[in-house]
Design a binder for this molecule. Structure first.
Ligand code: SF4
Length: 435
């Protein structure tokens, strides 16, 4: 098998890992003179620690796997899968060739488990050693820790890679037992804990000795598959919050399950990936990481799933009408962040600008506030926005995206009919949820 065929197989096998932002799309060229390619395998995009978007070669070392995770296209029992394995030299060479041609800026390396976790890790380490020491590659490398591998091997990967990740895969131990019988909670959380301890230890070393070797300087992340198992959004969000707190993860990625198996424990082959649910989880994750929300403010046991028609921040605001309106010239940074249409950047600008003069709605607009949304939740010097009218339908039109509004129209309007009452009388009532 030639190296290009291996790349096609192992690039395509890696596309189910969502720990990168994009993995390309399938698209045929629009004409013989067209330039540019959107290949579905091989190149993905991620964000470096400084916020730069970087393109990565995203491949598996091998898609041969001795494990049999039911949700995975690479599972041992999938006889239809064409298998391939790179040699460390081939993969290192490919990375350098792609880098030299300016296709990529780094490597995202994962793997199926060939023979056993330790052997797989050793192959991956060999790739990284060739890249870092023989080919002097200084670019970004994201490497997966293989569950069940020896702690020394995982530590060695961390000394060579910029970011590490251990995929948690299933949101509960029970689902893991049913759908990934070869993995255990311990085999996932142990390396995650080890990486977290190493990162902490390394940051202390670096504070003392600037030139100390770095361990996974871009931190660690994980991925969870959504919709293959029955856990609620509330359960997933709480787990996400705990992962951030306990292991100091940089990111938790959510990946809507794409049916690849007709196992009776999984959604039917013709079911659609739960993309809206994945999107809501990312929005809620963003609220926790950047807007100081706690998981239990977004969902709870009484409302365990996201409202499909409105984003979690607007949903929170509509259910906490007593918290609003906020006086833009006095509200704290944390309170401003709670208003729809205000983000961390505009909240900081408001705090800075109001030191010099009191702000009106025009000033807020100039500072980047999305007034279309925010006007319902703010006052400036005790006054509402000029001409503000509150009617259920106009408020919803402003708070919902076009897609949300289209999905909502004609379905559930009566349930938002009491919006005016909700807002003006400062009643708090959870908006009904339909899934
Ligand atoms: S360990 Fe499980 S999830 Fe990973 S490649 Fe093998 S079968 Fe797929």
């Amino acid at each position: 098998m030639d190296i290009f065929e291996k790349l096609q197989i192992l690039g395509a096998s890696a596309k189910y890992d969502a720990a990168c932002t994009s993995s390309g799309v399938n698209a045929s060229p629009s004409g013989a003179d067209a330039i540019g390619s959107k290949v579905s395998c091989g190149i993905c995009h991620s964000f470096a620690a400084d916020g730069r978007c970087i393109s990565l070669l995203k491949v598996l070392m091998t898609n041969i796997c001795v494990y049999d995770c039911k949700y995975c296209v690479n599972r041992k029992s999938n006889e239809k899968a064409k298998r391939a394995v790179f040699t460390p030299e081939e993969l290192a060479d490919l990375t350098i060739q792609f880098y030299r041609r300016n296709y990529i800026e780094g490597l995202f390396l994962s793997s199926g488990i060939i023979k056993n976790p330790d052997y797989t890790c050793e192959l991956m380490i060999r790739v990284l050693l060739i890249l870092r020491y023989e080919r002097r590659f200084n670019g970004y490398i994201h490497a997966k820790a293989i569950p069940g591998a020896d702690a020394k091997l995982i530590t060695q990967i961390g000394m060579l890679a910029d970011r590490m990740s251990v995929n948690i895969e299933m949101p509960s131990q029970n689902s893991l037992r049913l759908l990934a019988p070869d993995k255990s909670k311990n085999s996932i959380f142990k390396p995650m804990g080890l990486i977290s301890e190493n990162i902490e230890h390394n940051s202390k070393e670096l504070a003392l000795y600037k030139k100390a070797p770095k361990f996974a300087p871009a931190g660690q992340s994980t991925q969870m598959i959504i919709g293959a198992s029955p856990e609620t959004d509330n359960h997933i969000l709480k787990l996400t919050e705990n992962l951030y707190k306990k292991y100091g993860l940089k990111r938790v990625f959510f990946s809507a399950y794409i049916p690849v198996s007709d196992d009776s424990l999984l959604p039917a082959q013709d079911s659609k990936p739960q993309l809206l649910r994945e999107h809501r989880l990312y929005q809620a994750d963003w609220l926790m990481r950047c807007y100081h929300f706690q998981a239990n403010e977004i969902l709870d046991d009484n409302v365990p799933n996201f409202n499909p028609f409105i984003d979690p921040k607007c949903n929170w605001a509509l259910n906490h009408s007593g918290f609003f309106p906020l006086e833009a010239n006095k509200a704290s940074y944390e309170d401003l962040l709670r208003a729809p249409g205000i983000g961390p950047k505009s909240a900081r600008k408001i705090i800075a600008a109001r030191r010099f003069h009191s702000l009106d709605f025009n000033d807020l607009k100039k500072l980047g506030v999305v007034l279309k949304r925010a006007k319902y939740f703010l006052l400036c010097n005790g006054k509402k926005a000029d001409g503000l009218k509150i009617s259920g339908s106009s408020v919803l039109e402003d708070l919902m995206s076009k897609q949300e509004l289209n999905a909502y129209s004609g379905h559930l309007q009566p349930e938002f009919g009491n919006f005016r009452e909700l807002f003006e009388n400062k009643k708090s009532a959870l908006l009904p949820l339909r899934t």
